[in-house]
Write a protein of this length. Sequence first.
Length: 516
Amino acid sequence: MSLALLKPAHQRLRVIVPWVSLALSLVVLMATLLLHETLFHGRPLSEASTDRQMVDVSPTAPAPAAAMTVTLAEGKWKSAGIQTEPATVALLPSEVGEPGKIEANPDRQVAIRPRSAGIVREVRVSLGQKVKQGDVLAVLDSPDLGTARLNLRGRQIELATARIELDWKRQVASNVNKLIPELRQGVAASTLQKQYADRPLGSNRALLIQAYTEYEIASHEDEKTGQLHRERIVGEHPAFLAQHTREGAQAKFEAVLEQVRFDCKHEQTLAEQKVRLAEAAVIDAAQRLRILGVPEEINRVLDKAGNVDASASKHEDVTGYQVLAPFDGTIISKSVVPSQKAEINDVLFSLADLATVWVMANVPESDFGILPALKAGTLRISATAYPERTFEAKLLSIGASVDPATRTVPIMAEAKNPDDVLKLGMFIRITLDCPSTQETLTIPSSALVEIDGKSGVFAPSATGDRTFKFHPVKTGREAGDRRVIASGLAPGDRVVAQGAFFLKSELILQSDTEED
């Protein structure tokens, strides 16, 4: 008798029960799977069992990918207007690719510095932000600018005072020139006093009226004394004395007229000169503000001189200096923060107009044969970031000498960048045509569509039952209205040249329907 038989019965059961439980579990699992295939898929037990065995043999095998095919119904086939063309071989110039780099147009790039030193109060733009000409980029507190503004206001007040004085002198001179002829005509002094009572004459009023009155008195005395002398009522001496008194009063009157006319003209000239000096001082003060970066308009400052209020500076931000954008562009660098001290040599921002960018590349000596062909002016550019896109650039210049270290010639081109996809510093590839040619497979550009991020074409099925299959392809450059095919097709393969987008829409609609 073996030792195992000598063991107690409960020990033998402890070994056997786990294996029995495992066997029962496997039986229940297989039964459940077979029942599922029968009830939910309507398949015979034998067939489901066979498939289940096949799946179990290779549990990690991937499910077959759904074919990218689309079949058109009769009605849609008539409205789609499907036309096919074969892929053909064309003789095109060989291509040479040269690495290049995107740089900003230096003619449309500027380093923005403050014209006046100060403390940064606020910064209103961020890195990469687009701005318009005249937009405020930052605001500084500048004592120098405040001093210049107050100086301009003082000069404007002086100009306004000088203009008022000149206006007064002109009125006085004009009234004097009108009064003198009337005095010479002998108009009564009382009449003149009433006529010019509200007209400015300055100190000339007393001089003219007094001299004229004295002359009138002397003339009257001379006339009366002469009449009495002729009537022999008085002697010769009183008549002689009255005559010479009148002559003296007349001479004094004429001298006063000449002096007053000269003084009025001279004072008007001095007032005009004072106004010109005051205007020059205002212009100098405005030009000082221009030097500090405040674009004051000279004519406006001169015209506004009469409206300046000395107390207005109490409420004006005289020290605020606005840093403005000189043209439309993008902030490509920013090195300023609030409370920072900014000197006139500090670069606060770099602004670039990225509507156009420069393409810089170096052509090696082995490819110098393509340089004459570049003078046509158009280059093709591609970037790793946009594999399905090609850009065009206009040639600007070709270097005149070879770099002795790299044995290359620099070329420079300009590319339009309306959607800002060409970033500064981006490495790109410039594709150039060589003098030699090569046979290249091409298809119509209208045949290309993109599905799930892959470029491809639709090819008709061999059965001709209005069924088309999507074939991914790798594309090359454009050649007019055709596109170079690098891989994915062979010469003579027919592709849908017209109606490809219709088929794409049907394929997407078909996929959505199957998912539902």
